[in-house]
Design a protein around this ligand. Structure first.
Ligand code: NAD
Length: 467
């Protein structure tokens, strides 16, 4: 990535000499005018009946689906993930958007009992207004669409700032949206931290942010000191899988490796810690390491690639530094552990899928988000210890348990500190279920599914005396 005053070039992480896109940067000074236009568009859109809004959103999603190949190619070129994964990301964004169109049609007025005669009480929901969305680089279409679809379905306008590393999917969405929505209902702006900061303090009504904890805190503080806009933060994770028992190790291994290594581990919901029962640990770690070592790392455009490039140079250094420190602190590397050499892409940012065994809770790699293809294995002797290790980090996004014991499953559901909980499966969420985290992993309402209504609408108590 290179930036000058007005234009911004994006480089391919698999071949950093290759420039794959260029966008024109938005001047922060122009934001008030863009927000004013978004506010006018929102007023018009709020007058469109909800069922029509849903139908138009679905027609837009048809176009997104039709542009799947173009969008997926841009994602692979800028973010680095294999093309098949990028196609899956496009289709998941469409299915989440369709689910939101359905939810929004069912949200609205609720009749409530009155305390007085001849008074009808209602709780009415209205569109919140102008929404700001600020998104990261790991899911260039899924995260923006997770904000665009509910904003539009519930009658808002939206100003989106995609990551400066992966802007092209948003450029395409902007182009497709023009055929379906009023002008300025979706506004896409380009820039980095300075523009993000200006957007967070603009005259807007809600900020939905996905990204790192540090920037999330910054945005919350900026909103508190300026516009007091409603804030929803989706932040990092240090997700654990507890492996207690199984009839067959195969499905558990497949689910864990998939959830850990998809997107080269650059997923907020990636499994990063394997907390394993000491009695089965030796064989399980050997099988896990063998599976990871066998994965094909390479350019996402190659159909055989299973793990693509690391998107940014800073992220690559962070992964390498945390793994080195983990080994220095006593972890035993049983797979990977460094840069992966890819013959035809000598300058690509490829990191080998890595397993670190004998990690202990006091090591930095045990508590810090790596956001790369790295699994830390921690061992336990009883289930109390497993829960204690799982709950140690301040993060609380998603978690999984492999066990056939009903008592342990119920304890896990009650005691693990995470917003999403999976039993005997990896950490892939459905398109219509609430998505979010607790502790350092999130703030405000969850997105996707029924929870989104509380962020994208405001609530009004109405008392109507009719007699
Ligand atoms: P980041 O926080 O560095 O950047 C995210 C976005 O914020 C970018 O668009 C960036 O330009 C903008 N930004 C940076 N500084 C800003 C500021 N001061 N004010 C306003 N905006 C600012 O995150 P990233 O490196 O792009 O993404 C990786 C992080 O995102 C990881 O921590 C990961 O866990 C998290 N993430 C969370 C989820 C989730 O749903 N919980 C999903 C994906 C990624």
């Amino acid at each position: 990535m290179t930036m000058d005053d007005t234009s911004h070039r994006i480089h391919n992480p698999a071949a950093p000499d290759e420039i794959v896109a260029e966008v024109t940067l938005t001047a922060p000074a122009g934001l008030p005018g863009l927000v004013a236009n978004a506010r006018r568009a929102q007023k018009e859109w709020a007058g469109v009946p909800g069922a029509q809004r849903a139908a138009r959103l679905n027609a837009f999603l048809d176009d997104v689906e039709a542009a799947c190949e173009e969008i997926a190619t841009s994602i692979t070129l800028e973010q680095g993930k294999p093309l098949a994964e990028a196609r899956g990301e496009v289709m998941k964004s469409v299915s989440e958007g369709r689910a939101m169109a359905g939810h929004a049609m069912l949200a609205g007025t609720m009749a409530v009992a009155s305390a007085r005669p001849f008074v009808r009480n209602m709780i009415v929901r209205r569109p919140r207004g102008v929404i700001t969305a600020i998104t990261p680089w790991n899911f260039p279409i899924l995260t923006p669409m997770r904000k665009i679809a509910p904003a539009i379905a519930y009658g808002n306008s939206i100003v989106l700032k995609p990551s400066e590393f992966t802007p092209t999917a948003a450029v395409i969405l902007d182009r497709l949206a023009r055929a379906h929505f009023p002008e300025n209902l979706l506004t896409v702006v380009f820039g980095g931290a300075e523009l993000g900061q200006a957007l967070s303090t603009a005259d807007i009504d809600g900020i939905t942010f996905t990204g790192s904890v540090g920037v999330g805190r910054h945005i919350l503080a900026a909103a508190a000191a300026s516009n007091l806009a409603e804030v929803s933060l989706e932040l990092g994770g240090k997700n654990a899988v507890v492996v207690n028992d199984f009839e067959d190790a195969g499905p558990a291994l497949e689910a864990i490796v998939g959830a850990a290594m998809q997107c080269a581990g650059q997923r907020c919901t990636a499994i990063s810690r394997v907390i394993v029962n000491d009695e089965i640990a030796e064989d399980f770690v050997a099988a896990l390491s063998a599976r990871c070592a066998a994965m094909i790392v390479g350019d996402g455009r190659s159909p055989t690639t299973q793990i693509g490039a690391i998107t940014t140079a800073a992220q690559f250094s962070k992964i390498a530094g945390l793994v080195e420190l983990g080994i220095k602190e006593g972890a035993v590397c049983t797979a990977g552990g460094g840069r992966a050499a890819v013959a035809d892409r000598p300058h690509g940012r490829f990191y080998a899928p890595t397993v670190l065994d004998r990690v202990t809770p006091d090591m930095r790699i045990a508590g810090e988000e790596v956001f790369g293809p790295v699994l830390s294995v921690l061992r336990y002797r009883n289930f109390d210890e497993a829960i204690e290790i799982a709950n140690a980090p301040r993060f609380g996004l998603t978690s999984a348990l492999f066990s056939n014991r009903n008592d342990l499953i119920n304890r896990f559901v009650d005691e693990v500190r995470s917003g999403m909980i999976h039993i005997n499966q990896g950490t892939v969420p459905d398109s219509h279920m609430p998505f979010g985290g607790i502790g350092d992993s999130g703030f405000g309402s969850y997105s996707v599914g029924p929870s989104a209504v509380s962020f994208y609408t405001t609530e009004h108590s109405v008392y109507n005396q009719y007699g």
